[in-house]
Write a protein that binds this ligand. Structure first.
Ligand code: NAP
Length: 479
């Protein structure tokens, strides 16, 4: 790995610019490094490279492409500690979580290295004896992949691995908050036997890069993970060239705790999920809906656990909650908590900024009670270490509150009544449901949302579909 992460990769070459973006450590505000700020010409160069490399890469066997992906996963695991340090310094993620995320990257890459070998076609019974109908799957072509800062490694692996396994070539545009870990992960990909131009990474102005990608009809697909607002604007841009688009967008995950649930299991899972990545998780719990018979008992268990969470910078290896990503994020969290309080909610623990650094991005792990579903804190994606608790009287009421959200990424519920598990799961209008647990992102399962949380899936064999076109071949046989 190069010790300076100040380059992009275009056509197999390191690429630098005189214009640059500064990258800041959110724990203390110090500048960590600088990365290129590309112009439209450099974006074009990356498209040219990916377009040229497509013919060869798409014609390799799936086994060959899988072997390259295996090398990439191997390289990442060999540098897991170093990469975790880069990630946690740049994003503020506690070190243990960053270390785990590099492991998750390797798991996704290895899974797609294998799954690429199972891109099967179909033979369909014809209506006449002379016709032979087959369907084959082919890679869509050059793909632009735009990723967010909150899982700056996993989101890259979850897109690049299926794209390459399918035979596509890629241009990655990572978040400007976390470009260094993206570049470090790419350094490991470019250290494999991959051909020049198959995988490119460029950093800089998001709108300039995405406009240039959308304007070029050779870019056949854009896969975006980020906020719903930007996702909507990209969907409009995709119309011009009918560019294929997948959107993994924001969430507002409700968690319903039913009176027959195991309260300790539920409290452990809620706290683990809610405060992971300092609450900055798309499928992270946004609201906790608790049945009135157990509100006090359950809330006390949550508060007890939240009070024990250790807040600190990633350099503190015991820290479980880090800084928020930037000032906009902490202002949003503070405003939502203050708004809830002024509308009658109670801050049961936390509720203040922490003076751990002059830069001011640490916020106390917080539990807010007496929240109602109409408050902003329940309606908006909080994206911070705050758990609002809403009391409900019946399952029907809880499902109605959950489904009222325009988002539909993930929902969770806790119950010991196996008879209601499928009924409630089917009634919740979300792409993913966690029952008695909250772990959702695994390589073999389709991660993604409905409604304003996006379209398309990442993970599983479904994750390959977005990078493949169907081609129907009708062969008319001579008598
Ligand atoms: P964001 O502001 O939408 O940014 C995401 C990416 O889009 C970044 O690379 C950003 O680049 C780029 N971008 C910004 N403006 C753009 C534009 N006009 N055109 C094209 N690209 C543009 O989101 P974020 O704050 O990084 O990420 C948090 C959001 O992502 C949350 O809403 C979260 O729920 C969602 N998310 C969803 C999933 C999922 O699987 N559904 C997973 C993770 C996160 P710059 O950084 O250069 O501005």
């Amino acid at each position: 790995m190069s010790d300076k992460l100040n380059h992009n990769w275009i056509n197999g070459q390191q690429f630098t610019t005189t214009n640059s973006l500064q990258v800041v450590n959110p724990a203390n505000g110090e500048t960590i490094g600088e990365v290129p700020k590309v112009d439209a010409e450099a974006v074009k160069q990356s498209i040219n490279a990916a377009h040229q490399a497509f013919n060869t890469w798409s014609n390799y066997t799936a086994e060959y492409r899988g072997a390259v992906l295996e090398q990439w996963a191997h390289n990442l695991l060999a540098k897991q500690e170093e990469l975790a340090t880069i990630m946690s310094e740049e994003q503020g993620k506690p070190y243990a979580e960053a270390y785990g995320e590099i492991g998750v990257c390797a798991k996704f890459i290895k899974w797609y290295a294998e799954e690429g070998k199972r891109i099967y076609g179909e033979i369909i019974p014809p209506s006449s004896p002379q016709q032979h109908i087959s369907v084959i799957k082919q890679p869509v072509g050059v793909c632009g992949l735009i990723t967010p800062w909150n899982f700056p490694g996993a989101m890259i692996a979850r897109k690049v691995a299926p794209a390459l396994a399918a035979g596509c070539t890629v241009i990655v545009k990572p978040s400007s908050e976390t470009p260094r870990i993206a570049i470090a992960i790419f350094d490991e990909l470019l250290a494999t036997d991959i051909d020049a131009g198959v995988a490119n990474i460029i950093t800089g102005s998001a709108s300039l890069i995405s406009d240039t990608l959308f304007d070029d009809a050779r870019v056949r697909k854009i896969s975006f993970t980020g906020s719903t607002a930007i996702g909507k604007s990209l969907m409009k841009k995709a119309a011009d060239n009918i560019t294929r688009i997948s959107l993994e967008l924001g969430g507002n995950a409700p968690t319903i705790v039913l009176p027959d649930a195991d309260l300790d299991q539920a409290a452990n899972a809620v706290v683990e999920n809610k405060f992971e990545n300092t609450g900055q998780m798309c499928n992270g719990i946004n609201t906790v809906l608790v049945h009135k018979d157990i509100t006090t008992a359950f809330t006390n268990k949550v508060i007890e656990r939240v009070k024990k969470l250790k807040v600190g910078p990633a350099t503190d290896k015991n820290a479980q909650v880090g800084p928020l990503i930037n000032h906009g994020a902490i202002d949003k969290v503070s405003t939502l908590v203050a708004d809830a309080q002024s509308n009658g909610a109670t801050v049961a623990t936390g509720g203040q900024k922490l003076a751990l650094s002059d830069f001011g991005l640490f916020y106390e792990p917080t539990v807010v009670t007496n929240v109602t579903a109409d408050m902003n804190i329940a309606q908006e994606e909080i994206f911070g270490p705050v758990a609002p608790i809403i009391e409900f009287e019946s399952v029907e009421e809880a499902i109605k509150i959950a489904n009222a959200s325009p988002y539909g990424l993930a929902a969770y519920f806790f119950t010991n009544n196996i008879n209601t598990v499928y009924k409630i799961s089917e009634q919740l209008e979300f792409g993913m449901i966690g029952v008695n647990g909250t772990q959702l992102s695994v390589p073999q399962a389709p991660f993604g949302g409905i409604k304003e949380s996006g379209m398309g899936r990442e993970g599983g064999h479904h994750g390959l579909d977005g990078f493949l076109e169907l081609k129907y071949i009708s062969l008319s046989l001579h008598e």
